[in-house]
Design a protein around this ligand. Structure first.
Ligand SMILES: [Zn+2]
Length: 234
């Protein structure tokens, strides 16, 4: 009885071994097929250079896709879900070759702007203005979608950032328009020409006309002293 049990067990074990061997053979064949279909080599010697991800030491990433991985990995570390990330896109391409100015916010600028607005705000609660308690005290990651902008930044923060961006862009605009073409135009000849052609006048030409009109009027008034003074009965 014990003999037959032993044989049976041994036979069982041999069968199991056979089964496992067939299974691994089958797996190996499947893997080989996949590698062949993809044109990959199982040879490790020509593997490409890998780097460690700065956000997670467990990530080993091919050097060529590191930038893409870093963007995605840092978002994941900040708590953005894959669904949220799928809805994000880099809008910078829309501003290439266009006159629309854009501003890219970074974390330290954002913090500086908020601190500055905070220090200019009243210390205590005040009606009608933001006071210091309504600003973020700690640096906040730059929000990458609307939900984060609303949740991570206070209303006061967002107004301060808006004012800052508008201010910077207006400065850029002024700097650009100070090289105004009007400065290099011969206004007299242009005015004469315009009168003949009856073209609509530019803002600068209208200002020049107004200036001349005021000069004429002043000169007229100065020469007619007796009518510039009012009598008591007037
Ligand atoms: Zn990573």
């Amino acid at each position: 009885m014990s003999d037959s049990l032993k044989t049976q067990t041994l036979q069982d074990r041999l069968d199991r071994l056979q089964e496992l061997e067939e299974f691994t053979e089958n797996c190996k064949k499947q893997l080989n097929d996949i590698f062949e279909t993809l044109g990959w080599s199982r040879d490790n010697s020509n593997q490409e250079a890998m780097e460690q991800c700065p956000y997670d030491p467990n990530h080993r990433v091919p050097v060529r896709s590191m930038e893409k991985h870093k963007t995605s990995c840092s978002r994941r570390k900040m708590g953005y879900s894959a669904e949220e990330e799928a809805e994000m896109f880099d809008p910078s391409v829309c501003y290439e070759n266009s006159s629309v100015r854009s501003f890219t916010m970074d974390k330290s600028t954002q913090h500086q702007v908020i601190l500055q607005a905070r220090s200019a705000a009243p210390l205590m609660r005040m009606e009608g203005v933001f006071w210091q308690g309504q600003y973020s005290g700690q640096p906040v990651d730059v929000p990458e979608n609307h939900k984060r902008a609303v949740c991570d930044l206070t209303v006061a923060d967002r107004l301060a950032l808006y004012d800052h961006v508008v201010g910077v862009l207006n400065q850029q605009k002024e700097a650009a328009s100070s090289n105004n073409d009007d400065l290099y135009v011969d206004l007299v000849s242009k005015l004469q020409k315009d009168e003949q052609q009856n073209e609509p006048k530019t803002h600068l030409e209208l200002m020049a006309e107004m200036r001349d009109y005021k000069r004429r009027r002043q000169s007229y008034r100065a020469k007619n002293v007796h009518i510039t003074k009012k009598s008591y009965t007037e």
